[in-house]
Design a protein around this ligand. Structure first.
Ligand SMILES: Nc1ncnc2c1ncn2[C@@H]1O[C@H](COP(=O)(O)OP(=O)(O)OP(=O)(O)O)[C@@H](O)[C@H]1O
Length: 557
């Protein structure tokens, strides 16, 4: 994958912000005024002392105290406004980015997501996006605030005496620009490596939790534990590197601030002695300079978190830029599937060499019930994935009626087809909501009728709260057969034109299988069925059986 530079990541992150520019302006203005108020408090503190001992006459002691009080109140208010608008921007933009990520995931699914590690995706949509908050709430505005505030301060110092302006300008640049820039170059690899190790560890732990049963059965727990510990150690090492780097940056910044003050005291004493500045100017210059490093120090501290933020942003942009295997066709017009035809279809998975289907031609008419058989791994599921356009054919074409499926709106295609696969995923919602996934506006009666057809109604009635039982409450205690029957209930409720059944009864006993096949047969008079199965008993409900063999499709006698 091509690595993006820090600058181009930053440019892209800022571009995402364009719609919120007015709010950003408010944040920056409040930030600048807030810092100036804070600096003024310290400066007028010194001025008050000067006035008290009679060295400063342009303002009275009382006047200086009043200015300090006003600035203190303003400082609080301005800081509050800055934080409020800054976080408004951050959370608004995170919502926009989350939306973009989910849209990208939807477009990439299912083809491009089949091979992705789920843990990696989880850390991307949760913690990676969260880290961007740092950039939007605590990076862009502080950079602008530091540039504006410290330019104003440099100008004021310059007006007191050009030498003070020069000292201020140089040290502000050193702390706010040179140190963070050097630090980001020096520490980028550590930031990227930390995020990668973090995502890898997440994936590994998630994978281990999913396969816990297999781990226990095959006595693999010690090896797994060792690997988890190893990952944690790697993570610690990565973090230690980042923290060490952070410490160094802080120490360097503090050193620079001290050096700046010392230089001002030293140069200022010479100027005072030569009469170039008076005592008040000398004192104010030192106090202003000492009080003005806040905005630039904030930048040098930022560069550490920024490294991680950039690493996260890079991963997110990689995902957003990933080209989907199949491009969605917009639109929502209704289509019918009176005839589906495969015409000299050839197919090879893009990421794997070897043709899986070769010169496949066949026609499926409305109401046809066809069975697809063949050895495991021969390409039966692939055949239906092409019909559902999870992947596009390598050559040849698939038509529904007279239209190439590549031109049919994706939504319309999905509406006409329902897939029941070997594994049905149940969401942590109620059983009713899980079935209603197939038809959101279905009534309770329709749900029950579908469940009865799928022979799952009696089981649901035994649950503590029947159809209102949440799947999570069952603690994963739903058998694969029960899950499969809920999947079938979804299909019965959907009543789509084409029903694709990929081993729909693989987890059921013969008695249940018989009942379900009977229900499928009785309820699918006009429906087209494409059924994949290894069992002769299952394919018995079909009129025609096709076999995939040596990459070809053959009609069985
Ligand atoms: N997304 C994918 N990318 C690359 N190869 C894949 C992908 N999905 C499946 N394959 C491979 O394609 C081949 C055919 O898989 P497919 O699932 O179509 O077989 P099948 O006949 O349905 O097998 P089974 O009866 O075991 O379910 C297999 O070798 C499989 O590993």
């Amino acid at each position: 994958m091509k690595r993006l530079s820090g600058l181009s990541i930053m440019r892209r992150l800022i571009l995402e912000l364009s719609t919120l520019t007015p709010v950003m302006m408010i944040t920056i203005s409040m930030g600048v005024l807030g810092f100036l108020a804070a600096i003024a408090i310290t400066v007028f503190g010194a001025v008050a002392i000067g006035a008290f001992i009679g060295e400063i006459t342009f303002i009275s002691f009382k006047g200086a105290l009043i200015v300090m009080g006003v600035c203190a109140v303003l400082r609080g208010l301005l800081r509050y406004m800055e934080q409020l608008s800054g976080h408004y921007i951050a959370f608004k933009i995170l919502a926009i980015l989350r939306d973009k990520i989910f849209t990208a995931l939807r477009k990439l699914a299912p083809a491009k997501l089949e091979g992705k590690e789920k843990g990696n995706l989880i850390s991307m949509v949760t913690s990676d996006i969260e880290l961007l908050e740092v950039f939007y709430a605590h990076t862009i505005a502080p950079i602008c605030i530091a540039i504006i505030t410290n330019s104003i301060i440099t100008y004021i110092l310059f007006r007191i005496h050009p030498s003070f302006g020069l000292i201020g300008g140089l040290f502000f640049i050193a702390v706010g620009l040179i140190i963070p820039y050097a630090s980001s170059i020096y520490g980028k690899a550590a930031g990227v490596s930390y995020r990668q190790t973090f995502a890898k560890t997440n994936s590994y732990i998630l994978d281990s939790l999913r396969g816990l049963k297999e781990i226990l059965l095959f006595n693999n727990s010690e090896a797994r534990l060792k690997a988890v510990n190893h990952s944690s150690e790697e993570l610690n090492k990565s973090q230690a590197k980042i923290k060490g780097h952070e410490g160094l940056v802080r120490a360097l910044s503090d050193l620079m601030v001290m050096l700046a003050i010392l230089t001002t005291v030293f140069v200022g004493s010479g100027l005072y002695e030569s009469g170039a500045v008076n005592f008040a100017q000398y004192l104010i210059a030192i106090v202003i300079l000492a009080a003005s490093f806040g905005p630039v120090v904030a930048l040098s501290n930022l560069s550490n978190t920024l490294l991680q933020t950039f690493a996260c942003a890079e991963r997110l942009f990689d995902l957003l830029d990933e080209v989907p295997e199949v491009h969605e066709v917009p639109g929502n017009q209704q289509i019918t599937s009176n005839e589906i035809s495969y015409n000299q279809v050839n197919f090879e998975y893009p990421n794997r060499s070897g043709v899986l289907l070769e010169d496949v031609s066949m026609t499926i008419k409305k109401g046809d019930k066809i069975a697809l058989i063949g050895e495991s791994g021969i390409g039966k599921s692939t055949f239906v994935k092409l019909l559902m356009r999870f992947f596009d054919v390598t050559s040849g074409h698939i038509h529904i009626e007279d239209r190439n499926i590549k031109e049919i709106p994706t939504k319309s295609l999905r509406k006409t087809q329902t897939l029941v696969s070997q594994e049905t995923y149940l969401f942590d919602e109620t059983i009713e909501q899980n079935i209603k996934l197939a038809k959101a506006n279905a009534t309770r009666e329709e749900v029950i009728a579908a469940a009865k057809k799928a022979s799952i109604h009696d089981f649901i009635e035994t649950l503590p709260r029947g159809y209102d039982t949440r799947v999570g409450e069952l603690g994963g205690n739903v058998s694969s057969g029960e899950k499969q029957r809920i999947g079938l209930a979804r299909a019965f409720l959907r009543e789509s034109e084409v029903l694709i059944l990929d081993e729909p009864t693989s987890n059921l006993d013969t008695l249940n299988e018989g009942e379900i096949l009977k229900a499928i047969k009785e309820n699918s008079k006009d429906q087209t069925i494409v059924l994949i199965s290894h069992r002769k008993s299952t394919t018995a409900i079909c009129e025609k059986t096709y076999k995939i063999q040596d990459r070809k499709i053959i009609l069985e006698a």
